[in-house]
Design a protein around this ligand. Sequence first.
Ligand code: AKB
Length: 311
Amino acid sequence: MKKILVTGAFGQIGSELVTKLCDLYGTENVIATDIKEVEHSGPFEQLDVTDGKRLFEIAKKYKVDTIMHLAALLSATAEKMPQKAWDINMGGLVNALEVAKELDLQFFTPSSIGAFGPATPKDNTPQDTIQRPTTMYGVNKVSGELLCDYYYHRFGVDTRGVRFPGLISYVAPPGGGTTDYAVEIYYEAIKNKAYTSYIAERTYMDMMYMPDALEAIVQLMEADPSKLKHRNAFNISAISAAPEDFAKSIQTYMPEFQLDYDVDPARQQIADSWPNKIDSTAATEEWGFKATYDLDKMTKDMLEKIAAKQK
Ligand code: AKB
C-alpha cells in the first residue's frame, strides 16, 4: 500500500489528485500539504515548500513512501516575479528531491510544455529535442527535468514525471498560467454566453482534460520501471487547439456563444514560444499513456458540470 505526501495539494491539479489518490489508496494514506490552510477531511499539514526542514519532518512523521511535488508558480505569474519563481519552483523542487533521497521515496513532479522554446520544432514536437525556453517558468521546468534525471542517475531516486499541457477542469481554477483561458472560456460561456480571449486567434497549444491528466500520473507511477527509457518529462497531450476551436466546440452545444479577442501581449508572447502540438509517442510506448477526452467530449462535460455547479 502506498503512503503519499502531496505538496501544493489544493492547487489546480492537487485538488483533484488528492481525491483520486484517497479513492485508490485510502484517505489515511494521502498526506495533503499546502501553503494555505484548507478544510480537509484527511491528514493535512501546512507547508511552505521552501522550508526543506519542515518538508522532511512531515515526510518522516507520516512515514510516506512517495512524494508528489506539485507546488509551483505557473508561467504568467513566474514572468511577473522571476526571482520568487526561482525560489519557489527550484528551491521547492530541490528540497523535495533531497527528502526523497534521504528517505528513499518514489518521486513525481510535473514538467510542462513550457519547457520548450521558440527554437523547438512546433509541430509533433519530439520527446527529445531542442529546449531553450525564453521564460523563467520554462527555465525552471528544464532545470527541474534535468535535476530529476540527476537524482535518479546519481542517487537512485525513483523520479518520474510528465510534461503537462494546459490542464482543463471544473473543480479548482488554475492561477497565473498562460493556458488559463481554456478554462475561463467555459465559465464565461455558462455565465455570459460570450468570452474575450487574451490569447490570439490561431495560437495553437496542447491541452488535456483533468481526468486524463490524473490517470496519467497514477499510470506512470505504477509503471514497470524496467520499461521506462525516459523517466522524467514524458510529453503527453490530448488536444491541440486555438481559442476559435474551443468556441466552435462550445457552439455545438450553445450556438449563441460569441468569442472575441483582447490580446494580452505578455501571455501571447509566452504562448508564441510554446509548441502547437507535442508528440506523446514515448509515453504511449513506455507506459501506455492514452487520453480518453477529445475537445468535444471535454466541452460537453465541462459545460454540464459548470452549469450544475452554478444551479
Ligand atoms: C501554464 O500555462 O503556465 C501551465 C502550463 C502549460 O504549464 N498551464
